[in-house]
Design a protein around this ligand. Structure first.
Ligand code: DP6
Length: 320
């Protein structure tokens, strides 16, 4: 049985940083993201009783490192299907992998969807979401298109879905790639270090529900300025929390900082644009459609920027 799925990475405007408990990989708080239509992960899952063990090929090379995460994702699906046969997984990204472009989100969303179909358990959307989350806490968001909310209540019950479809508020995103090598500290290790050692972590968590609620309202009202202010605040607050860890994790390089200043300069001059960065040095500039060319050009000419990938919001994960 062989099934392929495509998923897009997503960029969080209200970030997930820190886990509630290890089991199920549940984030400590909710998050809100944009699904990026111009970047894709394609994943093929083949269930093969003849294999001795699971195998994973990532961008054409065998990857042992990501096998535990793959098995975490598959576990709830295998359990429901009552089928523990080994799988051969081939996954490829059309963008830099492991460099803060959310490849784990699109990878785990595509894997969960393809594997659920291959195992015959895909009709339960909640189960597919749980499998994606077991692989990566940001992955359930890549199952959905447009602007996506993942909310979690106090008891740990969570739900994820689109707030707006891509065409309901056609925001654009220019991704300034400032580094193509994989990052030094992956987000999972860095968020655990932050939780354990940063004096700012509790303040970070305390603010999350309020930031999320305000962002949800800004999205509903298509209030760009409000979403811009809040997204930059939430992003820099996350990075400040990570900078407070011991040892500190510094995801920015000099081109990241240059891009931040360029985006702020444009915004001061009245261009509808704001920035956000995840666990890596890439800068994602979010803007209204008419501003995209100007924003992309300003980032492209910044010293240290290798390329700028532009596009709009994309659909959720799907079988191909
Ligand atoms: C900064 O989802 O990659 O991108 O659950 O350990 O796989 P794991 O972490 P991951 O962390 C994402 C962190 C972030 C913020 C976000 O996407 O919300």
């Amino acid at each position: 049985m062989q099934v392929s799925a495509v998923a897009h990475p997503n960029v969080a405007l209200i970030k997930y940083w820190g886990k509630r408990k290890a089991a199920g990989n549940l984030p400590a708080a909710g998050s809100l993201s944009l699904t990026l239509g111009h970047l894709s992960t394609r994943t093929e899952v083949r269930i093969d009783g003849g294999l001795e063990q699971d195998t994973l090929s990532l961008n054409g090379s065998a990857s042992e490192r990501d096998l535990p995460r793959l098995r975490d994702c598959l576990a709830p699906l295998r359990e429901r299907a009552g089928n523990a046969s080994p799988v051969a997984v081939e996954s490829a990204n059309d963008f830099p992998t492991g460099a803060g472009l959310a490849s784990s989100a699109s990878g785990m969303a595509a894997l969960a969807l393809a594997a659920a179909n291959a195992l015959g358990v895909a009709e339960d959307g909640e189960l597919v979401g749980r499998a994606a989350m077991a692989g990566s806490g940001s992955a359930p968001r890549s199952l959905f298109g447009g602007i996506v909310l993942l909310s979690i209540d106090e008891s740990g019950e969570w739900r994820c879905g689109s707030l707006l479809a891509p065409d309901e508020w056609p925001l654009k995103v220019a991704v300034a790639v400032t580094e193509t090598a994989a990052k030094a500290v992956d987000s999972r290790a860095a968020m655990e270090l932050t939780r354990r050692t940063s004096p700012f972590y509790s303040a970070w968590l305390e603010g999350q529900d309020a930031d999320l609620e305000e962002a949800r309202r800004a999205v509903e009202q298509r209030d760009f300025d409000r979403l811009a202010e809040l997204s930059e605040h939430n992003c820099l607050k996350m990075h400040a929390t990570v900078l407070g860890a011991r040892p500190a994790v510094v995801y920015f390089n000099s081109a990241t900082v240059e891009c931040i200043h360029r985006v702020r300069g444009m915004a001061r001059a009245g261009v509808p644009v704001f920035f956000t960065m995840d666990a890596g040095p890439q800068v994602k500039a979010v803007c209204l459609p008419d501003a995209l060319d100007e924003v992309a050009e300003a980032l492209r000419s910044a010293p240290g920027v290798r390329q700028v990938l532009t596009g709009g919001l994309g659909a959720g994960a799907r079988i191909t």
